[in-house]
Design a protein around this ligand. Structure first.
Ligand SMILES: [Zn+2]
Length: 305
């Protein structure tokens, strides 16, 4: 039944030119696999772009795709606490962590926030315990990520290595042009201070010169208590931080409370490809976020500093 359904939905292709089935844990990694793999790959993301990436429910149809995947490309560290269960359900040892088909894209990425003692017994289980996992939001990190993807794809399809390398080279040229463009757009606002809801933006902030002074979540993945919010709001008032960076799935009432109480303006940035129709691929994601920030900061120069 399942095989029949897949056969009906799969586009017809000439024999011997089957596309390589790849599953990623995020739409950002999907976009980067597509850049390197081009028409040689067929990629599905387990996480939809509009939900908290740390809390995903993998659907039965996606498990079927996972079982058939030649490669699994994941963010790694403790970004996907839900993945172990999905892998256990898929029951494919070749996709287990440590196996060559399980590609940890964080290898080779210089991580931030690894120095913070995050495994604190008094706080229980939380996220980012091994360093901040939102590293794809520094566009420079697309270099090591696509290098890992290139290696994995070329291992699966050695005869296509040259093609994958050429795809990556063309992508990196567009990436370099983008990085220059985004840095230029945000140059007037370097040093702008902001509060973020979740620690999603440290890589983005470091690349483009924003300063994230506090987060609404006291610990990554832990919602704030009323007392924590009160302290944060007071601190924002005292220090004059007027920019609140939110995600599309941030809690609306918490956002309102912090923005109104702290006197801040909410700017919703898009953390993943596809969370907004304009963020149609990895480079468009940055065009959108940089544009939104620049627009907010240009309209309200007093947000600055
Ligand atoms: Zn996170």
């Amino acid at each position: 039944m399942l095989a029949l359904a897949l056969a009906l939905t799969a586009p017809a292709r000439p024999a011997g030119h089957e596309r390589l089935p790849v599953v990623t844990t995020s739409t950002d990694l999907k976009s980067l696999v597509e850049e390197v793999g081009g028409p040689q790959v067929e990629v599905e993301s387990l996480a939809p772009p509009t939900q908290d990436p740390h809390a995903i429910e993998v659907k039965p149809g996606q498990l079927a795709r996972l079982k058939q995947a030649a490669l699994l490309v994941r963010v790694g560290l403790d970004h996907e606490p839900w993945l172990a269960r999905a892998l256990a359900a898929a029951g494919e040892p070749r996709l287990a962590p440590g196996a060559p088909a399980n590609v940890d894209a964080s290898r080779g990425v210089p991580l931030l926030q690894t120095e913070t003692p995050r495994l604190r017994a008094d706080r229980g289980v939380h996220l980012h315990a091994l360093g901040n996992t939102h590293y794809w939001l520094d566009p420079e990190n697309a270099r090591p990520i696509t290098a890992a993807i290139l290696d994995a794809l070329a291992r699966e399809r050695p005869s296509e290595r040259d093609r994958f390398e050429a795809n990556r080279r063309r992508f990196l040229e567009r990436l370099d042009a983008g990085i220059a463009r985004w840095a230029n757009t945000l140059a007037p606002y370097r040093g702008t201070r902001a509060v973020a809801v979740h620690e999603t933006w440290p890589y983005f902030a470091e690349r483009f010169g924003l300063v994230i002074v506090a987060t609404v979540e006291p610990v990554p993945g832990v919602p704030p208590s009323p007392a924590t919010l009160a302290v944060l709001i007071k601190r924002m008032r005292v220090t004059g931080v007027r920019l609140l960076l939110a995600e599309p799935y941030s809690n609306e009432s918490v956002l309102r409370e912090v923005a109104d109480g702290g006197g801040a303006r909410i700017v919703t940035l898009v953390p993943s490809v596809g969370a907004d129709p304009a963020a149609s691929d990895y480079l468009a994601l940055f065009d959108l976020n940089v544009g939104r920030l620049a627009e907010a900061l240009a309209a309200r120069p007093e947000l600055d500093k």
